[in-house]
Design a protein around this ligand. Sequence first.
Ligand SMILES: [Zn+2]
Ligand SMILES: [Zn+2]
Length: 325
Amino acid sequence: MVLHQVGHPLIPSNIEIPVPATDQLLLRVIACGVCRTDLHIVDGELAHPLLPLVPGHEIIGTVVKMGQKVQGFKIGDIVGVPWLAYTCKQCRYCKRHQENLCEHALFTGYTVNGGYAEYMVAYEQYCFPMPAIYANAAGAPLLCAGFIGYRSWNKIREDAENIGIYGFGAAAHILTQIAAFKKKNIYAFTKRGDTLSQMFALDNGAHWAGDATGHSPVKLDAAIIFAPDGGLLPVALRNLDKGGQVICGGIHMSDIPPFPYSHLWEERSIQSVANLTREDGISLLQVAPQVPVRTTVRIYTLEEANDALNDLRTGKLNGAAVLVL
Ligand SMILES: [Zn+2]
Ligand SMILES: [Zn+2]
């Protein structure tokens, strides 16, 4: 499925099977998750995508061919491919262990072709061996929703007890299970009256669920915002205890309305999270099987990719959409 022009639906297309470079794997795609970032790319909210583009950056695939220099994998291995496709290893960010900020990074399904296809190539050093329980469609949402959620989580002070999550989609449902496993209290804030999402949050281990427009029942030590609504930031800030943190987990957010400095004072802080490092991925894939995290997925065929994107856009999904080939 190919994006030819932003703002337009993906078009089913016949494309040639790509040839792996010396340090790349050729994968036959088993499943590919549909992430909100895909929606931002298709809708033109992220600048300069590769065009034409095969979107998709939560890929589970089987290695069917390899470049000559590949050392870490063999034919038949099932691997995961995330958003971070490649980094330069030379820029100042790479050198100081911030490869997520690399000046020359490539991103799967954005600046290089992704997994809304039968075959794709990926740089082996950015692929993950998948634990057996996640070597299928259920593992796909871990590769972005899981990784970015866990990176957001790791920005929070370790002694935080009461943690708010704004926007209860794919990332939140994975993270809430991990939080419950770590004996933290998750307060899930959803759109007003969205009782289905609130029930979904409680099913995944949330301590409390309610409307984002209402007050939190307790002062929060931290809040993670996954919803792309800048209006939630001042709301989350008002619910924070002294020294509390707001972490913005999304790649795109609408503008943030003004708020009084007193809401930020007393050492409250606001931080965004960008992309992922490979370390984030490794640590999430270590903790997920211990919980064990169980992803809720709605399955679509590859040809139904536009339907999956629409369902995500209209908020019709509980959990994650996954294309299965
Ligand atoms: Zn770099
Ligand atoms: Zn994503």
